[in-house]
Design a protein. Structure first.
Length: 391
């Protein structure tokens, strides 16, 4: 669609389900586009819905997704607690409304697959919010893979060392519970970087992981720390370490080493600032993508969310363009399902003590032989997990 056609086309009608902290990012992003209009918000707490509508001059505040859909929407943004995503998405798909869902897409694979299948069968777009893909630095790293600077990605490292205090978990009753949050640091924080890792390295073959709760166990049920080794169908290997028990926060680092020997590091410090990319290639040359460092390691949630608004805007603009053109959004429901599958595999591996295998891993050439008198032990891998760790 040309710019002039966009100007003449009716504005797309948008509804927001859930008026918690992250809803502001969606509302501001749609308002900035000009070709969309937020016509209603929804929350089970009508006082909060009315307050949000009044603050942003939104004409309608309702208390159910069904009432919101009755406003004649083109797009619905789902900003509710994780386990409630499925019900809203299925209603929207049945109504022929395009869906942009906050991460994680769901808390179990069956729900995620239901959502994807429902949207595909009803011919509506389903996108999942992974706004860090829209950092300029994240796109530059993807380009360095595509243009051969790194060669074939062979090694990855992800370090997510963040600070959260008791007040963060106590701010909403659903946080830190298996039933209503679906998990801890993996489900809520690290999933962004798991998505980036699989975007760079491709399909996962096998996951072996462990979780624990070192700091926040007095007020959460879920893990505050996790480690995992991941194998990819390409033969690549990666490690993941994630925690909300760090103080001060050390932010996030993602390193990708390619077959050329070059290594790219994507860094987010402090949390919420734009990613910065450094590529160390042959001869020690390096490039750094735009992004600045601000003072202070520990950043509160409101400041983190505010800093991410430009990237929400970029992803929402991409989604609106896909809806307008009938195309595919940059981050699909299937992408969201892939990221969820990886983190659920960490939980399943932690529960069983065994790896979770999805697909064959290419045989290596440097596997050490078993030592005499100490035969190598082998354990069978299990099938893809569909449930969270139970503790």
């Amino acid at each position: 669609m040309t710019d002039s056609a966009r100007t003449q086309a009716p504005r797309l009608r948008v509804g927001i389900v859930g008026c918690g902290n992250i809803s502001r990012n969606h509302i501001e992003a749609y308002a900035a586009l000009g070709e969309t209009e937020v016509v209603g918000v929804c929350d089970v707490d009508m006082a909060r819905a009315r307050q949000t509508a009044a603050a942003w001059q939104i004409p309608n505040a309702v208390d159910s997704a069904a009432a919101l859909l009755d406003l004649g929407l083109d797009i619905i943004s789902v900003c509710t607690p994780h386990p409630t995503h499925e019900a809203v998405v299925l209603q929207a798909a049945a109504a022929g409304v395009h869906v942009l869902c906050e991460k994680p897409i769901a808390v179990d694979l069956a729900a995620a697959r239901n959502m994807v299948e429902a949207c595909e069968s009803h011919g509506v777009a389903l996108g999942v919010l992974f706004q860090r893909r829209f950092w300029p630095a994240a796109a530059a790293l993807r380009a360095a893979i595509d243009d051969g600077t790194l060669g074939r990605p062979v090694m990855g490292q992800v370090s997510v060392l963040l600070q959260r205090d008791p007040e963060y978990y106590r701010a909403d009753a659903w946080r830190g519970t298996w039933a209503n949050d679906g998990g801890g640091v993996l489900m809520t924080q690290a999933i962004h970087y798991i998505d980036l890792l699989q975007w760079y390295l491709g399909e996962v073959s096998e996951v072996y992981g462990a979780v624990n709760t070192f700091k926040h166990g007095d007020y959460i049920e879920v893990e505050d720390s996790a480690s995992a080794v991941l194998k990819f169908t390409s033969g690549a290997l990666a490690t993941l370490n994630a925690s909300t028990a760090a103080s001060p926060s050390l932010g996030v680092q993602i390193r990708i080493t390619g077959s050329t020997g070059a290594t790219a590091e994507l860094s987010e410090f402090p949390e919420g600032t734009d990613g910065r990319l450094t590529i160390a290639a042959d001869g020690g040359s390096g490039v750094e993508a735009p992004g600045g460092i601000t003072a202070g390691a520990n950043v509160d949630l409101a400041a983190i969310n505010e800093a991410l608004i430009p990237h929400h805007r970029a992803q929402i603009e991409d989604f609106v363009n896909a809806v307008r053109s009938g195309g595919v959004p940059a981050v699909t429901g299937r992408d969201g399902t892939n990221a969820l599958r990886i983190l659920l595999a960490v939980y399943e591996s932690a529960r069983t003590g065994e790896p979770v295998r999805f697909a064959p891993f290419p045989a290596g050439v440097a596997i050490p032989p078993a030592r005499s008198g100490a035969p190598a032990e082998t354990q069978p891998a299990i099938s893809a997990c569909t449930s969270p760790l139970k503790i």
